[in-house]
Every structure is written in C-alpha cells, then in structure tokens.
Design a protein around this ligand. Structure first.
Ligand code: F6P
Length: 544
C-alpha cells in the first residue's frame, strides 16, 4: 500500500506537469459533457467541480491516490470505532452520534440514547416554561460558555438556523477569556431568567473556567440564592466529576466521551444550547442530514464520493499548485461563521508536520482556510482572488432559496455567487480590456495606459456547493461533508487528524507568563527577553 501511494504521488507530479498550460475555459468549451461529468449530488447537496485545473486523466490519477491510500478502508475503520487517533489511543466516533456505525452495532449507542433523552428533557422543560429561574419566571436567555469545539459549532449552527429560534428565548455564546466578551453579553440580560451552559470536554480549560466563575458570581451578586444556582447552570463534559466539583448539580451535567474530539463534538451533548434554542426536532434533523452524508461517504464509490473528491482537489492544489490558502465563501449571511468553524475543523485537524508514525511529512499538509460571507468579500479581498499573484482555490457555498422575506433581493445574492465563480474562471484578456475601454469612449492613448490594469488571468479554480435551502438537514450534511473531506485529507497525507498537540506549548507558556505577572521570580526567569520586557511594561502600568 505504501509503495502504491508513493507511485500515485509520482504519477500526480507528472499529471501536474502535463497540465501546466491547462485552460479550464477551453476544457469547458471543447467538452460539453464536462459539466455533467464533474457534478455530484448527495444528501441534499450538489457539487459542481467542473471549474478546476483537472481533466479525466488527472482525476483518474487523483482517484488512484485515494485507492492507494486505502481511503475507504480507513474511513470504515474510523466509523467502526478503531483507534484512529493513534497518539491518544482513541476512536473518532462523532459519526456514531448520528447513528452511523459502518455496519457494526456500536456499544456506545446506548450511552448516546440515554444522554439524548436527558438533553431533550432539559431542552423541553426550558422551552415549555416548566423550568423556572430563582424568581419563578421562565428562562429567556441561554448563554453557552465554552471555547474551540465547545463553542464554534453550536455558535455557528445557532446563527445558521436563527429563523428557528422562538421569540422570547435568545441564545448567546461567550468564549474569550477577555472579560469583555462575557460582560458585553450579560449587559442586556436579566440574571433571574438567564441559563448558562458551561461546555468543556475537559472542564479544565482556562477561558471557560474563568468565564463560568464570573457567570456564577454574576448570578449570586444579583441575588440568586446559592441553593437555586442549579436552576441557572448546566454543564457538558467528559469529566463529569470536575463539573460537579465546580458546583453544577449532577443532574444538570450531560456527559460526553473521549471518543468524540472537541472539533467534532457539535453532535454530542455540546449541542445542548441548540436543542434548547432551536428545539430537539431541529437538532435531530441536523443529525439526520449528517447521517445521510455519512452514508454517502462510506458507500459511494471514490469517483462519485463528494468528500473524497473535495479532499483530492484540496491536496491537488496544496501539493501540486502551491496553493497555501483555500477560501470558503458562503453566499448566505446566516453562514457567515462557516469559515471560522471550518478553521478549527481543518487546521486543528490537519495542520501537522509528522505522519502517523511520527516521521516528518514528505510534503505540505493543511494550508490556511479563510473566507467570509458573500457578497461582503467582493468589496474587499476578491480583488486579490481575481488579480492577485497567488492562485486561491475557492469553495462557493450557495443556498438557492432564502428564509428572508425579500426574495427578489435575495436573487441578487445568488446571482453574485454564481457570477464570481464564472469571473474567476473566465478572467479578462488584454484584448477584451482594450475593447471594453474603447466601447466606453476612451481615447486610444488612455486605453493603452489603462488596459493592463483591467486584465484578469482567469483560469482560477472553484467548487460550487449548492443546496435548495439552508435547513437543519442540509446544514448537517454540509458540516459532515467538510468533516469527511478533512478526514480524507488526513488519510491522503497519512497524518493523525484527531490530535492537537500544537496548542499545548502556548498554553503552558501562558501559565508561566501569568505567574510572572503575579510576581513569581522563577517564572520571570523562564521568560525570553521580549516577553520579560512586555511583562515589565504591564507591571509598570499596574503600579502607576
Ligand atoms: O485548545 C484546543 C482545544 O483543546 C480544542 O481542541 C477544544 O475544542 C478546545 O480546546 C476546548 O476544550 P474543552 O472543551 O476541553 O474546554
């Protein structure tokens, strides 16, 4: 298998050379079947990948890499509960949370069912008004306190499906250790009708513990009797005893498990604020949309497998076309946080430099994922996408229908999403620029002066992922699509997508710096010169 993969990488390098002058525009013009061949439907999503620097032979070579890397076998192993997180000896079974188990009845299912029942119980009682705050009034605001995977997923989904939130119950998300985040959020809330979900897989995360402590103090300061705190605090953790030690009533702590990674945990009890704010039915529809994509990822042949194709294209551009970044541009305001969510998913999973055995990777792994909602980006960084000196592959995410009332206005949004993909591919030649300027009545001299500035190289790649409308099921499928794309990238690069040791050193040094700021001499000695200077500056301000 190893040497078959090595051969596949070499074949791809040859394909890349062969395609040096490949032009998507002529490929589209001379091959009318391309658009139908380079298109896929799965779980309510459509993928058009015809606008790529790719022909059938290069695609076959990419698929050969997927075969040689045993993509399907390794996905099956992951779904079946194998310890694919080799460094931590853990499974990555987020798929089991949506009932996807690679044909084996996983023992975890009973735990998941029991957790889900408790989750539905808490959510139902808050939504119905049966759960009351310390003054006897119903809960009006839910504040999730968590960070990373205990924040980004629920925060993004709450935004994306905001049309499902009932009037009179608001959802809020606080993550940053900057006290501003919590203070700004709480300013408009009434403590007697506010319910906190303290979400932390480890229940040992600095930011979350600081904010949770501040939230509890806020409740007490407002007059909440200590024995009524349980009406206002719930916890979600894989370390239930720690959550209870913190002071959350055991009945209010929902478990999660070490076989769910933080950035894959949206589907677990980390979804509690969604179950409360959007309703259990919506949460289950999200899970079932993800389950449909799981089934597709497991069962579709490689050439018709959406996450596999997206992962292959990502590797193609990253390793063979020097693309250091990848933009995800959702044309839907409600998906504005999608790039932020995907940044953790993709970069924390695949931003690695050693393979699964700990040997240096022979090639680049994940680049930078970035983006924002269209059309906003068109008035800022799209200039660089169209005319910059680097090629940035783009995923356009495009719901074709809206929940907003002004459907005619929404048509402009859809039109712009479609147009941007065409513009990236089409570009503008010097001759076209000249003709355009001349048609505007410009003099020949002015035309010659300006025309080079209007040239756009075109031939710039993009995928378009479209869907009828953003609803819980299509959103679930979209997120599962990117999860599996990320897993397959990791398989192709032969790295462990499920650990994140890179985040640790900064946290440790942060503790040392903080101790130094508190005057601990040994910690001061551990600082480098630049850090010591800044700590000195900070201390001087404190004294002044
Ligand atoms: O710092 C990285 C990280 O470990 C993420 O992987 C995780 O999602 C986040 O911190 C939060 O961790 P926890 O849920 O344990 O508070």
């Amino acid at each position: 298998m190893e040497s078959a993969a090595a051969t596949a990488w070499l074949d791809l390098a040859r394909e890349r050379e062969r395609l040096e002058t490949f032009d998507m525009r002529s490929a589209a013009a001379t091959d009318p079947g391309r658009i139908a061949r380079y298109r896929l439907e799965a779980a309510g999503l459509s993928l058009d990948y015809s606008r790529n620097r790719l022909d059938d032979a290069a695609l076959a070579a990419l698929l050969a890499l997927a075969t040689a890397s045993d993509t399907q076998g390794r996905l099956r192993a992951q779904f079946g509960g194998a310890h694919v997180n080799l460094t931590e000896g853990r499974a990555a079974l987020h798929t089991a949370l949506r009932g996807s188990d690679a044909g084996q009845a996983l023992p975890q299912s009973a735990d998941v069912r029991a957790m889900r029942e408790r989750m539905a119980g808490i959510a139902g009682r808050i939504r119905s008004g049966e759960w009351v705050g310390w003054r006897g009034g119903r809960i009006r605001a839910v504040v999730n306190i968590g960070i990373g995977g205990s924040h980004l997923g629920p925060c993004f989904v709450a935004d994306a499906l905001a049309h499902l939130q009932p009037a009179g119950l608001s959802l809020h998300f606080v993550s940053n250790v900057d006290p501003r985040d919590l203070e700004d959020t709480l300013r408009a809330l009434d403590p007697a009708s506010t319910f906190f979900v303290i979400a932390s897989k480890t229940f040992g995360t600095l930011e979350t513990l600081q904010n949770a402590t501040a939230a509890r103090e806020w409740l007490l300061a407002a007059g909440c009797p200590p024995d009524a705190l349980s009406r206002h605090l719930a916890g979600v953790s894989a370390n239930v005893p720690r959550a209870v030690d913190f002071g959350i009533a055991a009945d209010n702590v929902l478990p999660m498990w070490d076989w769910v990674g933080g950035r894959y945990s949206l589907w677990s009890s980390i979804g509690l604020p969604l179950a409360i704010g959007l309703g259990m039915d919506a949460f289950e529809a999200l899970l079932s949309g993800a389950h449909r994509m799981d089934t597709h990822a497991l069962e579709a042949p490689l050439h018709a497998n959406m996450p596999v194709l997206l992962a292959l294209l990502s590797v193609w551009y990253r390793n063979f076309w020097d693309a250091a970044t990848h933009a995800v541009l959702p044309y839907d305001q409600r998906l504005a946080r999608l790039p932020e969510f995907l940044q953790q998913l993709v970069m924390e999973s695949n931003g690695k430099s050693v393979d699964r055995q700990g040997l240096p990777l022979p090639r680049h792994s994940s680049g930078v994922l970035w983006g924002t909602a269209g059309t906003n980006g068109q008035h800022s960084f799209h200039q660089m996408l169209h005319q910059g000196s680097s090629m940035v592959p783009v995923d356009f995410v495009l719901p074709l229908e809206t929940h907003a009332s002004r459907r005619a206005q929404h048509a402009y949004l859809v039109a712009n999403g479609i147009a941007q993909a065409q513009a990236l591919m089409q570009g503008r030649t010097l001759e076209d620029a000249r003709a355009e300027l001349a048609a505007r009545g410009m003099s020949a001299v002015e035309t010659e002066r300006l025309a080079p500035h209007l040239v756009m190289p075109g031939n710039r790649p993009s995928n378009t992922i479209s869907m009828h409308r953003l609803d819980p099921a299509t959103l679930g499928a979209l997120l599962a699509l990117y999860e599996h794309r990320t897993a397959v990238e990791g398989i192709l690069w032969n790295l462990n997508s499920f650990d994140q040791f890179g985040v640790e050193l900064g946290k440790q040094i942060g503790e040392t710096v903080h101790r130094a700021m508190c005057g601990d001499a040994a910690s001061v000695g551990a600082l480098d010169a630049a850090a010591a200077a800044l700590v000195g500056q900070w201390a001087a301000i404190q004294r002044s």
